[in-house]
Design a protein around this ligand. Structure first.
Ligand code: CAA
Length: 390
């Protein structure tokens, strides 16, 4: 039985900042951000969006009544959680109108956790093939204004419906994993922005990719020439390119060109949004599948998932004949319709997130066009609005 991703959708903010403009404001050469980091635009997440609303906005448009009736597992992977006890997935399940007979959990291991959620969901469907599972990676990447990590911020959520006989990708069950206690990136409970040893984290990422990729090839008696495309967690798009280049010499020259061409489609959307942490690998997959005209049924896609701290996984999936049917076809238009904000507005919005204290707060939502918005906090409880219910 085939099990895997049946539908794949994305949500981010309606606002972005231009990276050349941000570079100029930070006294950096625009090409450092555009080429050296590999980012053209960065999503600016307004205070009216958090990981709950982003997750619900990603999932709601793809779910039919039949899907909703079949879902009995919801996993939200995030490292931008809003509560130390209650799972983001419970809020999301309520906003989406899911059944109460559902298992709702939050998963955490930096940017890796959505892959853990996807694998858990796939195993769940292998045991319960008539059910469906919803896996969402939802995050807001924050390093702070005027930090080296600033041009690698971003945010958004990728929602994946996991089922038997999936429309998009059938997952193979022969992953290779690597996990060790490494301090390359972390966020202690008292910080709202991540702490990171940037250069070290980039080196560990490459080491992890090489380790799990080579081990996978060895275990499966395969070579790099067997893959149609390799996809990567993209904290910034140059990172994926560096990882790809680190293994390209083992491919023949025609395959090198093919992999590089597919990679440009893999990173196309991330270049316009920035880091999504947990959702990043899967936005890259969506980007490849929506933008690459040279894919066909049964193509073998390699996926490298990486989370600082650190955990890596390399696994593979086969493209299904009707894969376009399960994709977020409106995404290119939504990204193109976003509103550009200047650096001063981005900085103001960055500082305007819901304050992490017990006070009642109200958030302006009039300019946020999304269905689900965060309207504030009352009696220490976040208040969410579904505009289709109001
Ligand atoms: N034209 C073209 N390129 C230029 C340039 C110019 N004018 N000026 C500089 N560059 C290039 C540099 O040569 C460099 O390229 P290489 O890496 O290929 O050598 C690139 O631009 C970046 O320059 P710096 O290394 O000087 O940049 P920096 O020190 O300011 O910071 C960073 C870069 C370390 C990635 C920083 O943005 C950061 O800390 N980001 C957050 C951490 C991160 O994303 N780590 C990734 C791995 S961890 C992970 O994957 C999990 C996760 O999601 C966080």
């Amino acid at each position: 039985m085939k099990v895997g991703i049946d539908k794949l959708h994305f949500a981010t903010s309606h606002l972005y900042v231009d990276m050349a403009e941000l570079a100029t404001a930070r006294q950096a050469a625009p090409d450092k951000y555009l080429i050296g980091i590999g980012q053209s635009k960065m999503a600016v997440i307004p205070p009216s969006q958090d990981v709950v609303t982003l997750a619900a906005n990603a999932a709601a448009p793809m779910l039919t009544a039949e899907d909703i009736a079949a879902i009995d597992l919801v996993v939200v992977a995030t490292e931008s959680g809003i509560d130390n006890s209650k799972a983001t997935a419970i809020y999301v399940a309520r906003l989406l109108g899911l059944s109460k007979r559902v298992r709702t959990i939050e998963m955490k291991e930096a940017c890796y956790a959505a892959t853990a959620g996807l694998q858990l969901a796939a195993d769940h469907i292998r045991v319960h093939p008539t059910k469906k599972a919803l896996v969402i990676g939802s995050d807001i990447a924050r390093y702070g204004l005027h930090t080296p990590g600033e041009p690698t911020q971003g945010g958004g959520a990728v929602a994946m419906l996991v089922s038997a006989d999936p429309q998009v990708l059938a997952l193979d069950d022969d992953s290779v994993l690597l996990s060790e206690d490494i301090m390359d990136f972390w966020r202690p409970l008292y910080h709202t922005n991540a702490l990171v040893d940037g250069k070290y984290s980039s080196n560990i990422y490459i080491d992890y990719f090489q380790d799990v990729f080579q081990e996978y090839l060895q275990q499966q008696s395969m070579s790099i020439n067997d893959f149609t495309a390799l996809t990567f967690h993209l904290p910034y798009t140059k990172m994926g390119l560096k990882a790809l280049r680190s293994v390209l010499p083992s491919a023949d020259s025609a395959q090198q060109n093919r992999l590089l061409a597919h990679f440009e489609n893999n990173r196309y959307f991330s270049r316009q949004v920035g880091n999504l942490y947990t959702g990043s690998l899967y936005l890259g997959v969506l980007s490849l599948l929506l933008n690459d005209a040279n894919l066909k049924a049964n193509d073998l896609i390699g996926l490298f998932s990486y989370g600082s701290g650190a955990e890596g996984e390399f696994y593979t999936a086969r493209l299904q004949p009707d894969y376009q049917t399960g994709l977020d076809l409106g995404l290119p238009q939504r990204l193109a319709r976003r509103q550009r904000v200047d650096v001063a507005t981005y900085e103001t919005l960055f500082k305007q997130q819901l304050q992490l204290n017990a006070t009642d707060q109200q958030i302006e939502t009039a300019n946020d066009p999304h269905r689900f918005v965060l309207t504030g906090q009352l009696n220490e409880q976040r208040q969410y609005l579904d505009r289709q219910q109001s």
